[in-house]
Design a protein around this ligand. Structure first.
Ligand SMILES: NCc1[nH]cc(CCC(=O)O)c1CC(=O)O
Length: 316
C-alpha cells in the first residue's frame, strides 16, 4: 500500500514557495522508497480571510490554526508553517519535528520608489501591522510614525507604491524566498531583533505519527532548530504570543559549541515605553535541544521578573 503524506499549507505565494521547497527536499529523502508519495493541500486561515483587521485583533495562530486543526482531524499529515507565526503555546498532540536551514532573520525598511529620507531627521510614515516592529521603532527610530499595513508580501509592496507610506517594513526572508528583487527601491536593515524564529520554516507533525516523524526528521537542520528553540522558549516563558513586542536572536557557534541568545522586550512603565535587553549563552552540543530550551526559558523568566519588578508586581 502506498503511503501518501498530505502536506497542509496556506495558499499565499510565500507559503507555496516554502511548501514546494519542503515537498522537494522531502521527495529527495523518500525517492528510494517507491511506496511513499506526497500531496499538497491548501487551507485558508483567518489571517488569509480577513485582510483588514489588525492582526492582534484576530487572536492567536491567525496563520496556522485551521492548518493545525486539519492535522488533528487526520485530513492532513504534516504542515509547513512560517515558524514565527506558530504560537508557542500549542496543541499537545502536535510537534515542530523539523526546521530546515534558516533564511535571513533581518527586518528591512523599504522606501517608496525614488524616496529615501533620513530616519533620524525627517518625519516618516511607515507601514507595518506588527506590534513588535511598531514598539521597537518608537524607541529606536522616534521619527518614524506607524500606519497600519496588512496584506501578503506582494500586496504590501503594491500598497507602498500606491498609497501614503514613505516606507514599509518586511522580513528579508519573505522577499528572498519570493525572489523579489529590490533594485527599484532603496532599503536598509533595521536595528531591531527579529521575532523569535523569523526566517525559519517549521514542519509540524502529529507527535504520535512515528512513521511520518521518522521521515520528516531527515529534513531537520540541527543548528537552526537549536537556535529557534532558544528563541521560542524565551517568548513562551516570558508569556507573550507572537504579537508581543519581544525580539530574540540565538546564534550557535559550531566551532566553539556555544549557543548565545539575546532578547529585547518593550513594555510600558509610568506611561512610557521602555526597552530592556538580556543576553546569555550556554556551552552545548548541536543536538542538545534541552539545553537550548533552558537557555531560552531562563532569559524569558529574567525578562518577566524584571518587568514585574519595575511595574511593582509581586509574583511570589
Ligand atoms: N507575519 C507574516 C509573516 N510570516 C512570515 C513572514 C516572512 C518571513 C519569515 O519567514 O519570518 C511574514 C511576512 C513578514 O513578516 O514580512
Amino acid at each position: 500500500m502506498t503511503l501518501t503524506i498530505r502536506i497542509g499549507t496556506r495558499g499565499s505565494k510565500l507559503a507555496m514557495v516554502q511548501t514546494n521547497y519542503v515537498n522537494e527536499i522531502l521527495n529527495k529523502e523518500i525517492q528510494t522508497n517507491k511506496d511513499i508519495d506526497t500531496e499538497i493541500i491548501k487551507i485558508k486561515t483567518v489571517g488569509d480571510k480577513d485582510q483588514n483587521k489588525k492582526l492582534v485583533d484576530l487572536g492567536l495562530g491567525v496563520f496556522t490554526k485551521e492548518i493545525d486543526k486539519s492535522m488533528l482531524l487526520n485530513e492532513t499529515d504534516i504542515a509547513v508553517h512560517s515558524l514565527k507565526d506558530v504560537p508557542t503555546l500549542w496543541s499537545d498532540e502536535l510537534i515542530i519535528k523539523a526546521v530546515p536551514p534558516r533564511e535571513s532573520y533581518n527586518d528591512l525598511l523599504i522606501w517608496k520608489k525614488n524616496r529615501k529620507l533620513n530616519v533620524f531627521q525627517d518625519d516618516i510614515v511607515v507601514g507595518t501591522s506588527s506590534i513588535r516592529r511598531a514598539a521597537f521603532l518608537e524607541i529606536r527610530y522616534p521619527n518614524l510614525d506607524v500606519k497600519l499595513l496588512r496584506g501578503n508580501v506582494q500586496t504590501r509592496l503594491k500598497k507602498l507604491d500606491d498609497e501614503e507610506y514613505d516606507a514599509i517594513i518586511m522580513a528579508e526572508a519573505g522577499l528572498n524566498r519570493l525572489n523579489i528583487n529590490l533594485e527599484d527601491y532603496n532599503y536598509e536593515v533595521l536595528n531591531m531583533l527579529p521575532a523569535p524564529a523569523q526566517g525559519a520554516i517549521g514542519i509540524a507533525t502529529r507527535k504520535a505519527d512515528e512513521e511520518i516523524n521518522e521521515i520528516v526528521e531527515l529534513l531537520d537542520d540541527k543548528k537552526t532548530h537549536l537556535e529557534v528553540l532558544a528563541e521560542r522558549n524565551a517568548l513562551k516563558e516570558y508569556g507573550g504570543g507572537c504579537q508581543a513586542p519581544f525580539g530574540a536572536l540565538a546564534v550557535y557557534d559550531e566551532e566553539e559549541n556555544v549557543l548565545s541568545l539575546t532578547c529585547d522586550l518593550v513594555f510600558e512603565a509610568n506611561g512610557k515605553n521602555v526597552l530592556v535587553s538580556k543576553e546569555g549563552f550556554v556551552y552545548c552540543d548541536i543536538d542538545d535541544f534541552e539545553k537550548a530550551a533552558d537557555l531560552g526559558k531562563n532569559l524569558g523568566k529574567l525578562l518577566k521578573s524584571y518587568e514585574n519588578e519595575v511595574l511593582g508586581i509581586n509574583n511570589e
